[in-house]
Design a binder for this molecule. Structure first.
Ligand code: ZN
Length: 217
């Protein structure tokens, strides 16, 4: 059996920014470090493209267990569940995703596929392509529909309806002795970001990072 990387189980860590914003301005040293890491998310492997209007490419550093880790906004939100996401209309969205119980697939893999689904769907809406639609439908069925249907609650924690805020509060107010064993307690939980809340981020990524993927269709 493959050993899963449990470093990125969903958490409610505290953040140095109050809200997740696509056009967040990294500090000079953060920006240099992003260049050194080639704007690559250390959880899902996504490679961002830095532009003048979005210098961070939609990535940021998050302190996980005292280790600064470069993450895309979606993977960052999985670590910072209580932090709202700034929508394209500048409203703060606290309900930015769903939680599912899915111990067999790593968090990074889920985010990676979900980003493909959202970005390619956005492209498909304007550029009808039956082959691409079939591909997206298959991915959506395996990575979103099946997971959310099968896991309408997180049984071990008795959290119903994929309640993100309930889980986040549970994590946030857990005693430190509890968190020492977080892999045993929370290790099977995964985060699925919401397509509407992240739509502006997805649009930016589609326009900057998806050229190679789209040439295959
Ligand atoms: Zn990521």
């Amino acid at each position: 059996m493959a050993v899963l990387n449990n470093l990125f189980i969903p958490r409610a860590l505290s953040s140095h920014t109050e809200v997740a914003a696509l056009n967040y301005l990294p500090t000079q040293s953060e920006y240099k470090a992003m260049i050194m890491l080639d704007f690559t998310c250390q959880c899902c492997g996504f490679v961002g493209v830095s532009k003048k209007e979005v210098p961070s490419a939609g990535l940021e550093f998050v302190d996980i267990n005292e280790k600064l880790t470069l993450l895309c906004i979606m993977c960052a939100q999985a670590q910072l569940l209580t932090r709202p996401v700034l929508s394209s209309q500048n409203s703060k969205q606290f309900n930015h995703g769903k939680l599912v119980y899915c111990p067999d697939i790593e968090q990074g893999k889920i985010i990676s596929v979900v980003r493909d689904i959202y970005a390619l769907s956005l492209y498909q809406r304007k550029n009808k392509n039956p082959q691409l639609k079939l591909y997206i439908d298959e991915l959506r069925n395996s990575y979103i529909d099946v997971l959310t249907d099968r896991c309408s609650n997180i049984p071990l924690l008795k959290i119903k309806n994929n309640d993100l805020e309930g889980y986040a509060a549970l994590y946030k107010f857990s005693p430190s002795s509890f968190l020492k064993h977080e892999k045993n307690i929370f290790g099977g939980i995964r985060y699925i970001p919401d397509d509407v809340v992240f739509s502006h981020v997805i649009k930016y990524w589609l326009n900057t990072s998806y050229h190679a993927v789209l040439t295959a269709f």
